[in-house]
Design a protein around this ligand. Structure first.
Ligand SMILES: *[C@@H]1O[C@H](CO)[C@@H](O)[C@H](O)[C@H]1NC(C)=O
Ligand SMILES: *[C@@H]1O[C@H](CO)[C@@H](O)[C@H](O)[C@H]1NC(C)=O
Ligand SMILES: *[C@@H]1O[C@H](CO)[C@@H](O)[C@H](O)[C@H]1NC(C)=O
Length: 980
């Protein structure tokens, strides 16, 4: 070998062994840029070879111009981290790549980054396990929270990293482990975040060694046993988070030594005993201990806590009064002490600083009046004191607080009126005043509270007329005035409350006729006017409603019961009206025809008349049908059609129009009929036919879809659907080929899904035996479809009606999200999206609709969680066995107390072998259905978590099939990257 080529080889070797010139470091950074080239970011604009590397955005150098820091967090990065390159940077001390969409695995090359002091890979979409990393012995800050990493974490590696100050490993589905004792040797730690990463066992006593800790978070794990007394040694602790574990026993006396503690949350455990040890924690800012078994009194010292702004103790067994000065010092925001046995008055000064947002004291034994001070608490959004023994008059100002969402004072002994101040309550959605002694007239100014959705004034002593202005409440969906002394007539204007679904004015002193306008309420589902003095005839318009409850009993109604109401379902709806007559209901007198003829003649004429009428009617009907058939065919062909296509079409509009006929009908939905069309080329399509005018889709139950205005031209649902689907492209979102519209009707042409909907396959007579793997694939696919809608488009699309009947299945049972009739594209201005319409379907609607009516992606996540529960349990979202007013979410959460009960949730048709995999998915479902939207994961992390729950992993050994699908994962992810 010649010397020249030998030295070339040497040089080549030295290039790979270490880098010491700036051009080598430049090469590394250009490799990084290439690895992340598909990212939607400008950060690399300055990363060009003409520039000095030390001037690259996100790069910091030392005095020798060698790279010491790479800071690329929050840059929309996609791709795989090229650690083999990066770890060649000889001086690299900080690598910060958090809050991106990085994927793939973390390679062992990480161990070559021996100088690293700061490593942040958190909040990404990595997969696989984290490599052993004991050679990073200089590490001080390690952020791996919410990485997507799973499997066994190399806890042993921590042993050598004694200088660690920050350790953040939470929100990863790691392999379950008892508390890793390596951690309690890291005595320099001041930040330990281990929430939600599958840690079990007890909190070790040696936790007391970590005396530098300011933050200790162990929430949302499977920890049991008592909180060790050594916790009292953590004198610097500022935050202690232990919520959602299975901790038992009392709070240790030593916890009183944590006098620097500002945030303490041990909610959702099984803690018992009293709170008295907490009386020394004078720096508490937020204290949350809800849903435990705590008892005894609330320490009076809490009333002197100068920083306290948030106190949540609901669902315990606490007794005695609240400290009178509670909340009077700092900018107090929130109290929830509901569901205890507390007594005494409501502390008067919690809004003293004018910042309070929620006062929640439901279901206790509080007494006394509502302190006058709250009448000027303009920041208050939620005021709920129902089910106590409160009395006196409600301070007038409370009725008109400007941003109040809910006033709930039901089941107390309040007296006095609702005042005209209520006209100022512009944000008030729910007014719950039932079961009190309120009296006086309901002020007409109530129409100023334009956001009202639900009014419950039942079981009080209200009198006077129901104000005519009530018709101005366009969002009003439920009106309960029963058991009062309202008199006068029912206002005709009620017929303009277009959203009304539930009307109960029973047991008042109302007289006059039933306004026929009630029959035009498009979504009315339950109507109770019983026990009044209503007279006159039952308006024929009521026949057009489809009611699940109709009660007109005990009035003074007269005349004929409309024919269509004389059916079994309404048996008993008319009793106690002696003036009513009917031709069919035997308990009523037969309706008398005109007087003046003998009985026989009358009968004869009646028989003849009926016979003739039947004959004529049949004839007319026959002709009508004939004509309709013709009309139908002709009308479709004769209209002029406007075709908009969104995909390449292999068919013409005529072929579609020809197929819209009875024999091809495959379904009827709220927004129109669906036909199956077989094209000459063999392809099958589904066509939804929507009539533009009339028909408010009464065939749907009240809870299904709000009736959106359809007057004049195309429906909003149609527009929403076309708008959404024309711009989306994803394998798990149903494909809209084209829309064909005319003056009167619209056709939407979709791909045909031979396996119908998931609902049908799970719950109806046409259900199939779906294996767990299939259910899992359906869950994952549907999740990806939603992830795409939320994160993959220009602006997030919120579906608003996610449910198993809107998840369609193709011939391979691959799922597609369908029915975008309610979808909303989030407006660029954000925030302003709080439509006051309850969209969605009963059983799938997120609880926040109940109090804010705000639409967000997280509401879809909730509904998706319900679908996961259906897949896991095989049950419908609402089943009688769940109990009164309970849905599947309540049912699941009531069955989490023991392993046996958890397993009993799982569909018995799923083999034992898969039970553990199924429980993983159940866990995701529970996360998705968290009450607080902010606690629910994004669809992106749902997809990630579902991937980790892939079945066929036997005791950690990955079956080969898995390897193949892992590859697929990477390409799939590329497709979801932003901007595609
Ligand atoms: C999670 O990691 C990010 C960095 O990726 C960090 O900013 C954040 O503080 C961490 N959260 C916790 C609770 O440690
Ligand atoms: C810790 O470091 C020492 C030497 O620095 C090494 O011998 C040992 O294997 C390391 N421990 C672990 C757990 O890697
Ligand atoms: C708090 O710590 C001190 C020692 O610093 C100790 O004397 C005292 O007993 C502790 N108090 C509690 C309530 O544990």
């Amino acid at each position: 070998m010649s010397t020249a080529s030998f030295s070339l080889l040497l040089c080549f070797l030295c290039f790979f062994s270490s880098l010491n010139s700036q051009s080598d470091e430049l090469q590394v950074l250009l490799n990084v840029k290439t690895a992340f080239q598909k990212s939607n970011t400008n950060v690399f604009n300055s990363w060009v070879s003409s520039n000095s590397i030390c001037n690259f955005a996100g790069i910091t150098c030392n005095s020798g111009n060698s790279v010491t820091e790479i800071e690329l967090s929050y840059q929309n990065l996609v791709g795989v981290v090229p650690l083999d390159s990066i770890c060649k940077l000889p001086s690299l001390e900080k690598l910060s790549l958090g809050f991106n969409s990085l994927s793939g695995s973390i390679s062992d090359d990480l161990n070559k980054c021996t100088n690293l002091r700061y490593l942040d890979l958190g909040n990404n979409l990595f997969s696989g396990h984290f490599p052993e990393f004991s050679s990073l012995s200089q590490l001080q800050h390690l952020f791996l929270n919410l990485t997507g990493l799973s499997g066994v974490f190399p806890w042993k590696s921590l042993e050598n990293i004694t200088g660690l100050v920050t350790l953040s490993l939470g929100d990863n589905p790691f392999y379950p482990t008892p508390f890793p004792l390596e951690i309690v040797k890291l005595t320099k730690l001041n930040w330990l975040y281990l929430s939600n990463c599958s840690i079990g066992g007890t909190i070790p006593q040696d936790i007391g060694n970590l005396s530098e800790l300011i933050n200790l978070e162990l929430s949302d794990n499977n920890m049991s046993g008592e909180i060790p007394s050594q916790i009292g040694l953590l004198k610097n602790l500022w935050q202690l988070e232990l919520y959602k574990n299975s901790l038992t026993g009392k709070l240790p006396v030593e916890i009183g030594n944590l006098t620097k503690l500002e945030k303490f949350d041990a909610s959702m455990n099984y803690l018992e005993g009293g709170l008295s040890e907490l009386r020394f924690l004078t720096n508490l800012v937020t204290l949350q201990l809800f849903e435990n078994e705590l008892s005894g009194e609330i320490p009076m010292e809490f009333g002197q806590f100068k920083k306290l702004v948030n106190l949540s103790l609901y669902g315990n067994k606490l007794t005695g009064p609240l400290p009178p000065q509670l909340g009077s010092w700092a900018n107090f925001i929130f109290i929830d002490v509901s569901e205890n046995y507390l007594t005494g008055p409501i502390p008067p000064d919690m809004c003293k600083q004018g910042t309070m947002e929620a006062l929640l004291m439901l279901q206790n034994n509080f007494t006394g009046e509502i302190p006058a001070s709250y009448a000027s608490c303009t920041t208050l959004k939620r005021f709920r004191v129902s089910k106590n023994s409160l009395s006196g008059t409600v301070p007038a100002g409370i009725w008109g607080l400007p941003i109040m969402n809910i006033i709930d004072i039901e089941f107390n002994q309040f007296e006095g009126p609702v005042t005209s101040d209520i006209r100022n309550a512009k944000a008030l959605g729910q007014l719950f005043l039932g079961y009190n002694r309120l009296s006086g007239e309901l002020p007409g100014e109530i129409s100023g509270a334009t956001s009202l959705v639900s009014i419950k004034l039942n079981d009080n002593q209200f009198s006077g007329k129901i104000p005519e202005t009530i018709g101005e409440l366009k969002h009003l969906s439920s009106l309960h005035l029963e058991n009062n002394m309202f008199s006068g007539s029912i206002p005709e204007s009620l017929g303009s409350c277009d959203s009304l679904s539930d009307l109960n004015i029973a047991h008042n002193l109302l007289s006059g006729e039933i306004p026929s306008s009630i029959g035009s309420l498009p979504t009315l589902n339950s109507l109770n006017l019983s026990e009044n003095q209503l007279s006159g005839q039952i308006p024929d318009t009521l026949s057009s409603l489809s009611l699940s409850l109709l009660d007109l009993t005990h009035n003074r109604l007269t005349g004929r019961i409309p024919q269509s109401l004389s059916i079994e379902a309404y048996n008993g709806s008319f009793a106690g009206n002696s003036g009513l007559c009917s031709q069919t209901v035997s308990t009523f007198q037969l309706c008398k025809p005109e007087a003046g003829m003998s009985k026989d003649v009358r009968t004869l004429i009646a028989c003849f008349g009926v016979g003739a009428a039947i004959l004529v009617l049949s004839l007319v009907y026959f002709l009508y049908l004939k004509k309709k058939e013709k009309d139908h065919e002709r009308s479709l062909k004769e209209e002029s059609w406007d075709v908009k296509s969104f995909h390449v079409l292999g068919f013409g509009e005529d072929e579609i129009l020809d197929s819209i006929k009875e024999e091809n009908l495959i379904g009827k939905g709220g927004s129109g009929n669906v036909y199956k069309v077989a094209l000459a080329n063999g392809k099958e399509l589904a066509v939804k036919h929507i009539l533009n005018t009339d028909s408010c889709g009464r065939n749907k139950s009240w809870s299904t879809t709000p009736m959106l205005a359809r007057r004049g031209g195309k429906s909003k649902e149609f527009d929403a659907e076309v708008h959404t689907l024309s711009s989306t492209r994803h394998v798990n979102v149903v494909k809209l080929y084209c829309s064909i519209t005319s003056e009167d009707s619209s056709l939407l042409v979709y791909e045909y899904m031979p396996n119908g909907s998931l609902w049908d396959r799970l719950h109806t007579s046409t259900k199939m035996e779906l294996e767990w793997e299939t259910r899992y694939e359906i869950a994952l696919g549907a999740a990806k479809g939603l992830e795409y809608l939320h994160h993959g488009c220009d602006r997030p699309i919120i579906h608003r009606d996610v449910k198993s009947s809107n998840i369609l299945l193709d011939e391979f049972l691959k799922p597609r999200i369908a029915d975008f009739g309610l979808a909303k594209i989030v407006q660029a201005n954000g925030g302003k999206d709080s439509t006051h319409v309850i969209a969605g379907t009963h059983g799938y609607i997120a609880p926040e609709y109940g109090y804010t009516y705000k639409v967000s992606e997280k509401s879809d996540v909730y509904s998706f969680g319900v679908v996961l529960m259906e897949l896991v349990s095989g049950k419908r979202p609402i089943e009688p066995e769940f109990g009164d007013n309970k849905d599947i979410v309540d049912w699941v959460s009531s069955n989490l107390k023991s392993k046996e009960r958890v397993l009993s949730i799982v569909d018995s048709r799923i083999p034992e072998f898969f039970k553990e995999d199924v429980v993983k998915v159940l866990r995701i479902a529970i996360l998705c259905t968290e009450r607080l939207p902010s606690l629910r994961p994004t669809m992106r992390s749902v997809v990630q978590m579902l991937r980790e729950a892939e079945p066929c992993k036997l005791a950690g050994i990955v079956i080969s099939k898995d390897g193949a699908s892992k590859k697929k994962e990477v390409t799939d992810k590329g497709k979801f990257s932003p901007g595609v």
